[in-house]
Write a protein of this length. Structure first.
Length: 425
């Protein structure tokens, strides 16, 4: 067993009169390779726990196996049936969820401290000994197909899936889309294989907030997870798409959902922090340029915002808007006009300071209390891979200047290289 290492995040000055001191936390290395990050809570009697497995779509041997595995893991174990699992969580009154995304699978739960050890042991059993009953898999596939059928009637869902398939490649982990055929092709053996290879200690990080627990407790709780020693870096082919303008016509729709954007970079890229600031100015808060000029002044959209959709191995930038179909071309023209302004004119100091204040407030909310802090710690250590990301973000918000922002806009926000995808009327 390894020693507990106590770490303190550095003192950060986030504004003229603002200080952010992130709380101390313990790092615990379990003998099987799992890592625990523990933060003591000041909310007596409550605790929060997340199991984060670095897998998701990136480690699939068959498409959709990560998502289906996550949804079926609670449908029965070697000791407990599905009704018994449901009754257990109801009896102890804890809230929990499990989901798989592109890069991770996350199991989270919150409960009363007095029941924590009992619940935590139960959850570990859930994660390590699922049996994936055939009858529950059939029900799960029916549910997923029904959900997909409903989502395909929503223009926003259709425009986003077509847009990302184009940018990342329709067969890549980040770009492939769910289909009835992919769902139907999944079988119990696929889930068993995915679970055996991916729900393992060397892919596991645990984030805990509550009363302090000793090293022996975590070793006893997590030592059951196997270590397969197969944690090679994931290699993903980077797709380079052509510029495309495409509309998907949908029946019974009165609105159009628009996506316009291009490939960018992973979340770990050095320019992420400056682009985070630039993206906020353009369209990521209520006072942004897109919201003010296109929605408020011209009334062209019901909603409009911009996003840096960055993952572990790739990423994209896009602008999303909901609008009447007759406003599509005018809205695209106005969006490109706003992008051109960022490339050709310095951001006024008053606007820059307003965004700085907004983002400083956002950072304060991210560390407002132990439960918020443990979630933020999880983001830094899983998505950004380092605690230094927080310092870099704070420093960029405080000190980025107009020339830096213009340089970033000219390097990355090139309207002529942006693809346009829309769906609906």
């Amino acid at each position: 067993m390894k020693e507990i290492v106590q770490q303190e995040w550095p003192l950060i000055i986030a504004g003229p009169n603002w200080e952010l001191k992130l709380p101390e936390f313990d790092t615990i290395q379990i003998s099987n390779g799992a890592l625990v990050y523990s933060l003591k809570s000041n909310k007596e009697g409550l605790c929060y726990l997340e199991f984060v497995f670095e897998n998701g779509r990136l480690t699939e041997h068959k498409k959709l196996s990560s998502r289906m595995c996550a949804s079926q893991i609670q449908e029965g174990t070697q000791k407990f049936s599905n009704p018994e699992i449901v009754d257990f969580f109801d009896y102890y009154g804890c809230s929990y969820s499990i989901h798989a995304d592109l890069d991770f699978t996350v199991m989270s739960l919150s409960c009363l401290e007095k029941h924590f050890e009992t619940i935590a042991k139960f959850v570990v059993d859930l994660l390590t000994t699922p049996i994936f009953p055939e009858d529950q898999l059939v029900k799960g596939k029916v549910f997923l197909s029904s959900q997909l059928s409903h989502q395909l009637t929503e223009p926003d869902f259709v425009s986003y899936r077509e847009f990302t398939a184009h940018l990342y490649g329709s067969h890549s982990p980040y770009g492939y889309n769910s289909t009835p055929e992919l769902i139907a092709d999944l079988n119990r053996e696929d889930l068993i294989l995915y679970h055996q290879e991916n729900y393992v200690a060397n892919r596991l990080k645990v984030f805990y907030c509550g009363a302090s627990k000793g090293l022996e407790f975590w070793e006893r709780l997590l030592g059951i997870f196997p270590n397969h020693g197969k944690n090679e870096p994931v290699k993903m082919t980077i797709h380079h798409p052509e510029v495309l303008n495409h509309h998907t016509a949908m029946a019974n729709c009165s609105q159009t959902s628009l996506k316009i954007g291009l490939k960018l970079f992973p979340k770990t890229h050095d320019d992420y922090y400056g682009m985070y600031m630039l993206n906020t100015i353009l369209g990521d808060y209520f006072g942004s340029r897109l919201m003010h000029h296109i929605r408020e002044e011209h009334g062209l959209t019901y909603d409009i915002h911009s996003t840096i959709d960055a993952q572990t191995h790739d990423g994209c930038f896009y602008i999303s808007a909901e609008l009447n179909p007759e406003s599509r071309e005018k809205s695209i023209e106005m969006i490109k006009k706003e992008i051109k302004k960022l490339r050709s004119k310095p951001v006024p100091e008053q606007e820059l300071n307003m965004v700085r204040n907004y983002l400083n407030g956002h950072l304060l909310r991210l560390v407002d209390g132990p439960f918020q802090s443990i979630l933020f710690l999880k983001i830094l250590l899983t998505e950004f891979k380092t605690l230094e990301a927080f310092d870099k973000l704070v420093q960029k918000i405080r000190y980025v200047d107009q020339k830096d922002l213009m340089a970033l806009a000219n390097q990355y926000l090139i309207a002529e290289e942006m693809s346009v995808f829309s769906a609906g009327a």
